[in-house]
Design a protein around this ligand. Structure first.
Ligand code: ADP
Ligand code: ZN
Length: 207
């Protein structure tokens, strides 16, 4: 199955993505993760993307589209995949329509006014990428491996404000775009993680 996970920054896409890829055995394609890896390794793509990401802006469409086009042509995508963080603009969605057929778009619907606090409290493991929130886990080290937790540089308050604005202006219109195509499924993302998870499972089972 070819699936897109839609939702504002901090809506919990990454968390839900882990469950979906385990259940459906498809690759998890997160453009944010791909960019962070490229930045760490100082590749040309990473160098291009870094200044945009640090300012809470979107990486230019042509850079992201090229990246996704090459990723989707890899062998492991033959039997489906989960896109997380792509598309983020109408232009990206139109480009995607030219390369593949999307079967389900799951929109994790959240209260935008609650997101700032959620994201600013997020901590991630430098080694395994596991994600926590200081509200429920306020320790310096990861519970899954013996590594340090840090705040992502783009999770600082000023940058988060910019990201939320970008979401409203550029990404939220994708909800209508996919609704019009009849592939959109919305779930309430303001419930507990396991509750959201079972709702996501339910909409993925629906025809
Ligand atoms: P979140 O979902 O928490 O906002 P991501 O990890 O998905 O964060 O993305 C981090 C940053 O990477 C974004 O703020 C943006 O700068 C860049 N990025 C990721 N995906 C895209 C995309 N599809 N188009 C443009 N920029 C992107
Ligand atoms: Zn870890």
């Amino acid at each position: 199955m070819n699936i897109i996970l839609l939702g504002a920054p901090g809506a919990g896409k990454g968390t839900q993505a882990e469950y979906i890829v385990a259940k459906y055995n498809v690759p998890h394609i997160s453009t944010g993760d791909i960019f962070r890896k490229n930045i760490k390794e100082q590749t040309p793509v990473g160098l291009k993307a870094k200044s945009f990401i640090d300012q809470g802006k979107l990486v230019p469409d042509e850079v992201v589209i090229e990246l996704i086009q090459s990723r989707l042509s890899e062998d492991d995508c033959k039997n489906g995949y989960l896109l997380d963080g792509f598309p983020r603009t109408i232009a990206q969605a139109e480009a995607l329509d030219k390369i593949t057929k999307i079967e389900k778009v799951v929109n994790i619907d959240v209260d935008l006014t609650k997101l700032l606090k959620r994201i600013v409290g997020r901590r991630v493991c430098v080694a395994c990428g596991a994600s926590y929130n200081i509200e429920t886990y306020d320790k310096p080290d990861c519970a899954k491996c013996p590594s340090q937790l840090i705040q992502r540089p783009d999770d600082k308050e000023e940058t988060v404000r910019a990201r939320l604005e970008v979401y409203q202006n550029q990404t939220a219109p994708l909800i209508e775009y996919y609704r019009a195509k009849g592939v959109l499924k919305s779930v309430d993302g303001m419930q507990t993680i396991s509750e959201v998870c079972s709702r996501v499972e339910k909409v993925l089972e629906q025809a």
